[in-house]
Structure formats: C-alpha cells, structure tokens
Design a protein around this ligand. Structure first.
Ligand SMILES: Cc1cc2nc3c(=O)[nH]c(=O)nc-3n(C[C@H](O)[C@H](O)[C@H](O)COP(=O)(O)O)c2cc1C
Length: 335
C-alpha cells in the first residue's frame, strides 16, 4: 500500500517540500506536516511539493481535542512564562484554544487528489475517513495504545501508524493527557496490535538504521516512519541549533514533557523541562503561550529553553542528503 520507508511529518518547520520531494524521489514516502499551518500555508506547501515534481506524498493533520478546563492553572503558568519571557527579552504569547483550522483543511484536502492523509492526536469520524476513501486517498491513523488501534480500525482507517514511546516529537495519543502507564515501547505495542489486526501497520519511534527496519518488518510492520533520522539532512528545516544539539554530544538524553505545548512530547532533555514539570496539560493553550519564548531561545542559541524534539536514539543521527539516507536505509534493510 505504501513504500517501506516513510519520512515522518514534522510540524513546526522541520518538514519542508524539499525534504518530502527528496525522500519520495529516492523511493520513500514523504509526508507534509499540516499541524500549526494555516490552510493557506498548507496550500502553498502542497503546490511547492508538486512544483518540485512529486505527486505521491502524504499530508498529516492534527485532530482537534476538546478545550481544557484548566483556566486557573493556565493563568498561573502564564505568569511564570511572562517572567521567563521578560528575562529573555521577549513577551509570552496569549494562551488560546484552536482547532488548527480542521474543517478548512479537510475541505481543502478533499478538493485535491492526495495519495495519503494521516491523522495524529485522535481519530476522525467514519464520514471523514470515507470522504477521503471516495477520493482514493489512503487514510492512516496514528495510535499509541491497543485501545486506540481498535477504535481506528472500527472507524475504517486504511492503515495505522503505531507510535512507540521512543518516538521524538508529540505523542499522538487520542487523550491529550495520556496516563504514563498506558505508554508502551514500539516492539511491544506493534506485537499487540498485530495480533488483533490485518491492517498495514507503520512502525514508528526510535528507528535510525536499516537493521532495525528489517527487524520491525519481520515483526509484522508493513512500513516504518522515521522522524529524527531526517532532522539533520540539508533538506530538513530544523534550526541550526537543533541540528547541532543532536550531533555535538552536549545532550545525552531525551525526556517527555508537556511544559512547552500542554501535550507530552519527546525532546532533548533540558532545564526548561525539569523546571516546569508542574505545567498544566492544556493543549494547545500552552503551545501559543510558549511559542515566542521558544522562538527567542532559538535565536539566542539558548539550549536550556529551546524545544528540540528528538527520539531516544538521536545520537545515531546521520548527516547526509535525504535521498542518500533513504537509499542507504533500503540497502541496510536488505543486508
Ligand atoms: C521534530 C518532530 C516533529 C514532529 N511532528 C509531528 C507531526 O506534526 N505529526 C505527526 O504525526 N508526528 C510528528 N512527529 C512524530 C513522528 O511522526 C514520529 O512518530 C517520530 O518522529 C518517530 O520517532 P523518531 O523521531 O525517533 O523517528 C514529530 C517528530 C519530530 C522529531
């Protein structure tokens, strides 16, 4: 149903049309990340990808969650962030709810012939899935537990992206505030879901080389989705600070935190994460609140504050063009 190697959608700037094009040209499948983009920006990215000559690619969407009721907790955290912003010489953002232009993006994508759409943070309605299927668009739902997988199967998804605990970036869990006890490593989760489903499964989380790809295919995955492995490619839009921090040995560990956006996400473990463990799990309010702070931290090369998403195996990242990386991964997977 899809190529064996998939480049993960990475919202926030890491995924670029150039990255998607390079991956797809080398025989992988590139995914654009629609999260945080306006529908107009998404349209621009899709046009750019097509103009580069790539027509078979995916688009990933954030499924909106309900608005949190943590108003008081968010207000308290807002004061803490305002103090931090002042120290950094900037202003904190305004915490607010948003559905990430869900309806507009769905309406727009349904006017196009997109090869694949994937969803994270939830599962769309049966009707939405069917509308894409009528357009011959394959639908993939990101799942992080067996229960989520069973729900996505019931809703009629064509495939599941099985995201293990090792994964960089946000947990794609349906619940914004997922209980730690339900979070499982990739191999365990993949085996559990494989037992109950014949659907094509895409394994994701901590995969950095072809040897692991071969192993996961043997465990029942139809494909693999890699994010961190592509972050240091020249086509990646990750900031120079992020790219350097993945490579220069100044970080040795990753951690899960919800202090930046209100949803748990894995990144290079820094002092911001440690100092704000008590942040309220209010997504996307915290995303908007901390956005200017994160931006200023990157400008100032402040790795204590910058959010630098990464999977657990980031130290194995390889610096080469995305096309060469895809070819090397295929080659290693065949050895
Ligand atoms: C910088 C970054 C941004 C990400 N953004 C998204 C996103 O927008 N949508 C999504 O479904 N997954 C996103 N992810 C998660 C990936 O889909 C995937 O699960 C993860 O990269 C796999 O782990 P790995 O990074 O160790 O390969 C992101 C990951 C990273 C590293």
């Amino acid at each position: 149903m899809f190529p064996m190697i998939i480049q993960a959608p990475m919202a926030g700037g890491a995924t670029t049309p150039e990255l998607v094009h390079a991956v797809s040209t080398a025989g992988g499948l590139g995914f654009l990340a629609a999260g945080y983009l306006s529908s107009a920006q998404l349209e621009e990215q899709i046009s750019k990808t097509k103009a580069l000559g790539t027509n078979s690619f995916g688009v990933n969407l954030f499924v909106p969650n309900e608005q949190s009721k943590l108003d008081e907790e968010v207000k308290t955290y807002e004061r803490t962030m305002q103090e931090l912003a002042e120290q950094l010489g900037t202003e904190a953002g305004i915490p607010r709810y948003s559905d990430d232009e869900w309806d507009e993006k769905i309406r727009f994508l349904l006017t196009l012939d997109i090869a694949y759409v994937s969803f994270t943070f939830g599962c769309p309605s049966k009707e939405t899935i069917e509308l894409f299927q009528q357009k011959q668009t394959k639908t993939i739902v990101t799942v992080t537990t067996l229960v989520e997988a069973q729900f996505a199967i019931k809703q009629g998804a064509d495939g599941l992206c099985v995201q293990g605990l090792e994964a960089g970036g946000h947990r794609g869990s349906f619940e914004a505030n997922q209980a730690r006890a339900t979070q499982k490593p990739l191999r365990e989760l993949l085996s559990e879901i494989r037992e109950v489903s014949e659907l094509p499964l895409i394994a994701s989380g901590g995969i950095m080389d072809g040897r692991e790809i071969k192993e996961l295919i043997a465990l029942g995955a139809a494909a693999v989705q890699l994010g961190t492995a592509f972050l240091c490619c020249p086509e990646s839009g990750a900031s120079p600070l992020h790219k350097e921090s993945l490579q220069n040995g100044s970080f040795t560990e990753t951690a899960l935190t919800h202090a930046y956006t209100g949803r748990p996400a894995r990144g290079l473990a820094n002092s911001f994460m440690q100092e704000h463990e008590d942040a309220p799990p209010a997504y996307p309010e915290l995303h908007y609140l901390t956005q200017p702070i994160r931006k200023k931290a990157v400008q100032d090369r402040d790795t204590h504050v910058a959010a630098m998403w990464a999977g657990v195996n980031f130290s194995h990242v390889r610096v080469m063009s995305a096309g060469d990386l895809v070819k090397l991964l295929y080659q290693e997977a065949q050895e």
